[in-house]
Design a protein around this ligand. Sequence first.
Ligand code: ATP
Length: 251
Amino acid sequence: MTALLEINDLMVFYENALAINNVTLHCQEGKITGIFGANSAGKSTIMYTISGIILDQKKKEEMRGGEKITVLGSIYYDGKNIISMEPSDRAKKGIILCPERRRIFAESTVLENLKIGGILAAREQAKQTLDYVFTIFPALKELKKRPGGFLSGGEQQMLAIGRALMAQPRLLLLDEPLLGLSPKLEQTLVKAIRDINAQTGVTLLIAEQYARPILPIIDQGYVLENGGVVLQGTSKELMDNPDVKSAYFGI
Ligand code: ATP
């Protein structure tokens, strides 16, 4: 099996605080990988480091004389170390982040949000993906003309994933896609995520605090505590693990 993404010995410091501690994590091509951990475990920092957004944060902080952000280690994507690559170049290579708390454009309509996502895609490809997004999330088709800000939390999450799909991902990073959703909506989203992986073959990395609904659909998962990996395994290995059972399943 080939790993599309190989993170080795990653360390991230915000000033002198260690946010990511020696993380090694691999995503196999076409598979679903999970990162699980509580608030502040370091999930978003890993997502920002893979997408490269952390480099923008670093530059901004340097310009305003703020905190020093340090990133050490390597991130191989499709065989190349991308640790210093600009985020926009990573996006062009198919690394697309669907950020925590959706961050959709509230004043733009559903259709406009989706079109913005597909701005760099070829016209025909964008059209086909738009049809696909409406197949996977039929609710969005009905809401095409509604401003993003008027959607429910679940609909906004669908829109955020749809917009990310429009950007033609090869590696799709989903940061806390279930945040704030009802159990019923969680199930709808989890099914859609599994279908997207099965139907398009896109490689998925999902960071989630609520591991329970996601654990069954992953191929490989990592449990993060205080920035370090404390456990890793297949879906079954993690679900059978007594620590995981007590932390996420209450048994
Ligand atoms: P959440 O679920 O709250 O988003 P998370 O698992 O995504 O949590 P991160 O946001 O990656 O965790 O945070 C990891 C650690 O880094 C935390 O201790 C956090 O306080 C710290 N941190 C994150 N961003 C910054 C920053 N810009 N400056 C200083 N510390 C930061």
